[in-house]
Design a protein. Structure first.
Length: 295
């Protein structure tokens, strides 16, 4: 048992050392290129930008557009109450699940009446705007790119807010902190099957059965942010926020306009082939290797 613990400690120290080396190398590259001041200025500006009504409205628009795509254009007219209910629950899904994890009242995200009214207005425009002009505007290329950019800024800020809140309540519970941060980045995907059951749409794919790229990267970002907040990474929080924002915007645009698959899939397959191989598969491979050697 002591050997396993020492091996785990050595592995964690090695991982942190590699991450810090990457950070130091990146800073040196920025210094050599003369872009360090511009980079830190942009990172600080982005980090200091608050969660404004604009970011919240963009979040509502992107979630409601995905809901309309998955539910169909006729569900809102045939079942308006169910459509509004699913829209409200999914737009606040990250906050609801975060509160469930942290023991905070689940209805707290719904205490702002103005946000609920704005959400319902956007829902109406999304489904019942004459000639479907609102949806046409949302799908217009420059507008769609702008929505993706602001949505990812909002996602990063929500992840940071969730893990900081969890850290203030449970400072030593790393898994709680990471879960609270990660769920703020992918809450609607996690809650979607339960909401669809409530409104009678059936059960779509359970997110944790086969996580999407958004869920996996939200958890990974929450892990890295948690290490920085705990002082294990020698990098500014603002710099991390900018790096992850650019990373997410780049891949979201690739998913939208190109035939891009999950970039984490090759790493997952390599990891699974080494560490998650069934004992029978290992035995079969070793027996086949012995047969080849005997031949």
């Amino acid at each position: 048992m002591d050997e396993i613990k020492s091996m785990a400690d050595e592995a964690s120290k090695t991982l942190l050392l590699v991450l810090n080396k990457v950070v130091i190398g990146s800073n040196r590259a920025l210094e050599m290129s003369g872009l360090q001041d511009h980079f830190h200025s942009a990172a600080d500006s982005l980090h200091d930008y608050p969660i404004t009504t604009l970011l919240i409205v963009v979040h509502f628009i992107t979630v409601l557009f995905k809901i309309k795509t998955s539910e169909g254009s006729t569900f809102a007219s045939s079942n308006p109450f169910g459509s509004v209910l699913s829209s409200v629950l999914l737009c606040f899904a990250g906050s609801v699940i975060q509160n469930l994890i942290l023991g905070i009242p689940l209805v707290k995200p719904f205490e702002n009446n103005n946000r609920i009214l704005i959400l319902i207005l956007i829902w109406y425009l999304m489904h019942f705007c004459p000639w479907d002009l609102f949806t046409v505007l949302v799908t217009f290329f420059p507008v769609r790119v702008g929505l993706i950019l602001l949505k990812e800024v909002y996602r990063i800020k929500c992840i940071l807010f969730g893990l900081k809140l969890a850290a203030s309540l449970f400072p030593n519970a790393w898994f709680v902190i990471i879960a609270a941060g990660g769920i703020r980045g992918c809450g609607s995907l996690v809650l979607k099957p339960f909401v669809h059951q409530i409104v009678g749409l059936g059960t779509p794919r359970i997110e944790f059965h086969r996580p999407t790229f958004t869920t996996k990267i939200s958890i990974l970002m929450s892990c890295v942010f948690t290490m920085q907040v705990k002082g294990l990474l020698n990098v500014n929080l603002s710099s991390l926020s900018l790096i992850f924002t650019v990373f997410m915007v780049t891949f979201e645009l690739l998913f939208l306009f190109a035939d891009q698959t999950d970039p984490l899939a090759p790493l997952e397959n390599s990891f699974a082939s080494i560490f998650l191989r069934h004992p029978e598969q290992t035995a079969n491979i070793s027996s086949n290797e012995r047969k080849k050697k005997s031949d």
